[in-house]
Ligand binder design. Structure first.
Ligand code: PMP
Length: 411
């Protein structure tokens, strides 16, 4: 838990002593300044998780916008329901059905991206000192939110099959014995960010069983599930269990993040609270973008468009893994079956955070593993994103990274 100290800041800030204690975790990350440098065009960035939106034909979006304004202009420009546009919530059910989820549009709450759903959910459930269990590593900006509500994140290890059920049992037992209050399990079971692994079907069943018997709610965050490289997407945990799972989805990766549209599918009682929290935060999600996305979904071949994205990302992943095999064969990495990320393990003697400035100097950027742990772990890991750079840039980036790593090992 974050101690009740003022926000990190400097003494030139006249309000330094006035910030709420919960803001202590809202410090700019140490690597942020470097990322500003890394956005120079000559740097190959394998750091960010930006979808390749250029693969989306812009005229499809323009067409949907024009139609919305012609047919429903005054509605699009007005405040709307705090739960979201009913027609869009019905269409969201069709999207989720691809991952085996059945539900009611009444239980869908539209949010400003799934990031916002994480914020609302945390506001509803976390009291200072509560524990959130998450995979180790986990999604960095979810942990920022959990920290801002003054929770402790307890990381449970993963292997190539995802979160390890036996380790989850041990952690729960240890936390309970210490009198800690566990609020929920935050999990990214499919094409994990940052680890790139997927929880197996058997483990999904086992983990749901453990959480059910221990009375722990599961928060399933699934932005990448439809970006699978195999024949079909893995079935969501929510497709197996309804009452004990809150599911988060988003249009950010399957359409475009600029819409800022995501959703939560929650059991009735939680859904009611989420709507109230949504209204308190934003009154209503953007009517305009909801109607545009709804129009896009009803007119465009959105399934075909997702297939196009899948093809783009599959090719980039294969390019990245071949380049790793060519230039860094002595290291190990994960082989994701979908999504955006590869998790690279460095030799024990190397520190990914310390190495980053040298990498940026060599014109390649990545995210150090430490960003994805609340407890300082991850020094020997790197997250590599293959979503945004072209295959050519990926080849160049991995070659440069191999030079940096080689140089470090020679020191
Ligand atoms: N969860 C995970 C695991 C993510 O990777 C991201 C985006 N990087 C989000 C949530 C937030 O996505 P959105 O754009 O829907 O807010």
């Amino acid at each position: 838990m974050i101690e009740s100290s003022p926000a990190q800041g400097n003494n030139l800030d006249p309000w330094y002593n006035s910030y709420a204690s919960r803001t202590a975790g809202l410090a700019a990350s140490e690597v942020r300044a470097l990322f500003a440098v890394a956005s120079r065009p000559e740097v190959v960035s394998l750091a960010g998780g930006m979808p390749y939106v250029s693969a989306l034909p812009q005229e499809l979006v323009t067409g949907a916008m024009d139609k919305v304004m012609a047919d429903q202009g005054p509605v699009a420009l007005q405040y709307g329901s705090g739960q979201g546009v009913p027609a869009l919530r019905e269409q969201i059910l069709e999207v989720m059905a691809l991952e085996g989820i059945r539900g009611s549009a009444d239980d869908v709450v539209v949010t400003t991206g799934s990031q916002h759903a994480l914020e609302l959910f945390s506001k509803l459930f976390i009291d200072p000192g509560d524990v959130v269990i998450a995979e180790g590593p986990s999604y960095v900006t979810a942990m920022v939110i959990f920290n801002s509500y003054q929770a402790d994140v307890d990381h449970v290890p993963m292997d190539e099959h995802g979160l390890i059920p036996g380790a989850l049992r041990e952690h729960i037992a240890r936390l309970k014995a210490a009198g800690r209050r566990i609020k929920f399990l935050y999990t990214i079971p499919t094409f994990h960010n940052p680890a790139g692994v997927t929880l197996t079907w058997e483990r999904r069943l086992e983990i749901l069983e453990i959480c059910k018997s221990e009375g722990i709610l599961v928060l399933e965050d699934n932005p990448y599930g439809l970006l699978y490289f195999g024949d079909r997407p893995p079935a969501a945990m929510r497709s197996i269990e309804e009452e004990g799972v809150v599911y988060l989805g988003t249009f950010s990766k399957t359409l475009a993040p600029g819409f800022r549209l995501g959703w939560a599918l929650a059991p009735h009682a939680i859904r009611e609270k989420l709507i109230l929290a949504n209204e308190a935060a934003v009154l209503s999600p953007s009517s305009f973008t909801q109607l545009v996305v709804s129009e896009y979904l009803s007119q465009a071949d959105w399934r075909g468009q997702i297939d196009t994205f899948r093809g783009v990302y599959r090719e980039r992943k294969e390019t990245m893994l071949s380049a790793l095999q060519e230039h860094l064969p002595e290291l190990s990495w994960t082989n994701p079956n979908g999504g955006f990320y590869v998790w690279l393990t460095l030799p024990e003697t190397l520190d990914s955070k310390a190495m980053l400035p040298r990498a940026v100097k060599e014109l390649v950027a990545y995210t150090p593993g430490t960003a994805f742990y609340a407890d300082g772990n991850g020094r020997h890991n790197i997250r590599l994103s293959f979503c945004y750079p072209t295959p050519e840039q990926i080849k160049v980036g991995i070659r440069r990274l191999a030079n940096v790593i080689g140089g470090e090992l020679d020191l």
